[in-house]
Design a protein around this ligand. Structure first.
Ligand SMILES: Nc1nc2c(ncn2[C@@H]2O[C@H](COP(=O)(O)OP(=O)(O)OP(=O)(O)O)[C@@H](O)[C@H]2O)c(=O)[nH]1
Ligand SMILES: [Mg+2]
Length: 419
């Protein structure tokens, strides 16, 4: 097993909710998810990073010594390093030195299963690499690609840059094609006015467990970060018989690098296109409030912070203090306490989802042309038919129907409103 020495840094500008200890713990979790053993975690507070090593030269030498003592194979930094910093650090420490983004990319690469997921990871990797293509260096030689140990000259560098830019364009193009299939499915759902719900939340909050509990999806679940990378959509029948589609997707993380969000936009399309979000939160996690903030930060970046939202406060089975439950609830929008693992209180969650969509249903009496059994069939599937009379001039139906479906049918003159 690879032995990693971690370096968690806090800069003066980062006076957020995350303490140095929280950040250190998170870096340990990420490293463990990568399958490496944490031999030590050095913390350090700095006013600002230095251009050469990010941290002070003295600290770098201290780390180099520690690496020898602890027989570490690699060093992981909590902050993104520039190409120069990384190269300089490797020069002194004499160990592979990586940063948090590389760690996340590594986890993503391990967990990507579908061609789409793999393409997204490759795109993110190249986008990470692009601004780091500077001068001679370790980074480029890591790429393979026939570059000697001394690193490329400027001309070679330009060729590599162009090559990578081209590859990035190609991957973006591939992604467009790959997401076409899902967008066709979504279009179909939209035509049939099937409401779409997306599970969002911090990684490891229990999104996939909840999807499984609600739909029996069989989505992989694990106590590690970023288990789910590729989106999965499943049908779900609400207590009133209405069908909706519910999707699980990649989890969020504090300070998720912007280009990662960019690269994973295709995966997040299900979230973007959904009608309602279910924010799954792990209430047993002491960083609950920080997780909530981090999720809203990503939603904001995706311009989704105004979408209707239900908060599923998950893992209540791990809460010992029942009073805490009630208190905790107040801080969250539209909350419902559940345990996805133990199937606790899921009917309340379903009720909440149903409530949301029933507000979007209309009670109507309509007339359709005789013989349009396809529409009758659609109404039974998508609405609630209360009365149906087959008359000579047409079929008269009393029903409640999703507002969007009604408007669409009215617009295309498929139906006529009686009252
Ligand atoms: N005790 C308890 N554990 C839960 C509950 N829900 C999920 N878990 C556990 O939490 C861990 C993470 O669950 P997942 O469903 O994989 O979480 P996720 O949000 O899909 O995580 P990623 O896909 O990695 O972002 C697993 O070990 C689950 O068994 C719950 O209600 N109670
Ligand atoms: Mg998951």
């Amino acid at each position: 097993m690879e032995r990693a020495l971690l370096v968690t840094i806090k800069l003066d500008s980062e006076r957020g909710d995350w303490s140095l200890e929280d950040a250190a713990l998170e870096l340990e979790e990420l490293t463990a998810t990568c399958g490496a053993e944490v031999v030590d975690n050095i913390t350090c507070i700095r006013e600002k990073p230095t251009p050469n090593f990010f941290i002070g030269r003295g600290k770098v030498e201290e780390i180099a010594l520690l690496c020898q003592e602890m027989d570490a194979d690699s060093v992981v930094f909590s902050h993104d390093l520039s190409g120069t910093q990384q190269r300089n650090l490797e020069g002194v420490i004499n160990r592979k030195t990586i940063d948090r983004t590389q760690l996340i990319l590594d986890i993503f690469a391990r967990h990507a299963k579908t061609p789409e997921g793999k393409t997204q990871v490759e795109l993110a990797q190249l986008q990470y690499l692009m601004p780091r293509l500077v001068g001679k260096g370790i980074i480029l030689s890591r790429l393979g690609g026939g570059i000697g140990t001394r690193g490329p000259g400027e001309q070679k560098l330009e060729v590599d840059r162009r090559r990578i830019r081209k590859k990035i364009d190609k991957l973006k193009d591939d992604l467009k094609h790959l997401s076409l299939h899902r967008s066709t499915l979504r279009k179909k759902r939209k035509e049939n006015a099937i409401p779409a719900v997306a599970l969002v939340g911090y990684t490891n909050a229990g999104k996939s467990t909840l999807l499984n509990a609600l739909t029996g999806a069989g989505q992989a679940v694990a106590d590690s970060l970023f288990t789910t990378l590729d989106p999965l959509s499943k049908n779900l029948r609400l207590p009133n018989g209405e069908n909706i589609v519910i999707s699980d997707t990649v989890g969020f993380l504090n300070n998720l690098p912007h280009h990662l969000i960019e690269a994973f936009k295709a995966t997040l399309e299900e979230v973007v296109e959904s009608d309602l979000l279910i924010h799954v939160l792990d209430v047993s996690n002491p960083l609950l409030q920080q997780h909530k903030k981090a999720v809203f930060q990503v939603l904001k970046e995706l311009r989704l912070d105004q979408k209707p939202l239900i908060t599923a406060l998950n893992k209540i089975d791990l809460l010992k203090d029942k009073i805490l439950e009630e208190h905790t609830k107040e801080d969250f929008a539209n909350p419902v306490l559940v345990s996805a693992k133990l199937n606790q209180n899921l009917p309340s969650l379903l009720q909440k989802i149903q409530q949301h969509f029933s507000g979007l249903m209309l009670d109507l009496e309509i007339m359709i042309r005789p013989g349009r059994m396809d529409l009758v069939d659609l109404f039974y599937r998508q609405g609630k038919v209360k009365d149906i009379q087959y008359q000579q001039k047409g079929i008269k139906i009393k029903l409640s129907l999703p507002k969007i479906l009604f408007q669409k049918l009215l617009h295309s003159k498929e139906i006529e409103r009686v009252c």
